[in-house]
Design a binder for this molecule. Sequence first.
Ligand SMILES: C[S@@+](CC[C@H](N)C(=O)[O-])C[C@H]1O[C@@H](n2cnc3c(N)ncnc32)[C@H](O)[C@@H]1O
Length: 215
Amino acid sequence: MTEKTITKTEILNNVYTAQDHEQLREAYKAWASDYDSDLVDRFGYVAHISSAKAIDQALDGRHDAVILDAGSGTGLVGQELAKLGYRTLDALDYSQDMLDQAQSKGIYRSLMQADMKQPLPIANTTYDAVVCTGTFTYGHVTGEAFAELIRVTRPGGVIVFTVREGAYEEYGYRAAMLELETRGAWELVSFHDTPYQLKEGNTCKLCTYRVPEST
Ligand SMILES: C[S@@+](CC[C@H](N)C(=O)[O-])C[C@H]1O[C@@H](n2cnc3c(N)ncnc32)[C@H](O)[C@@H]1O
């Protein structure tokens, strides 16, 4: 018997079936120190890699871009962006334990503890790009948060995020995304299915939007 006694199912249950905000925060507190090895090695998580590539593509390799990693967790996306040459990265998450892990990687300019279900403590049009990976999913943050991501992105800036397959329609993300498109609040750049956790065989929608130059 290995020292790691918590099963994959238990990990996922803790995170995806949390009944409220506090239970979810407790689940991440308990998971923070093992999150990277569990998610990447045990589950074959790859969404952080595809999200960073999507940001790179949308920014056309402009490495001076100022980027917000919303729902940063332990900084897996930031690490990939840093590998690609991006240096001005801010992390935002409501779990201080996840942020502590992110901080230890030394890749973020600043780290903010904030709740994406509330107005963000960030001025309008601060960022050239916002990335949000793994956070639009069961029991986490709903599409109501999209408006704040748009507000903090400069005109012409880009927003890249994943939405878990299954949650996409059932949790109202699709409707929220389309409503913002119809209102002209953002323009679709690309949208496709991509692997989420290779070893679990699941997928996500990888979405890239651009904030219009004039709104
Ligand atoms: C599955 S993790 C994804 C982390 C990272 N982006 C990645 O790809 O590994 C989801 C993250 O969302 C954060 N989160 C959940 N609800 C949140 C909220 N309301 N506000 C801010 N962050 C939240 C959790 O603390 C957790 O770090």
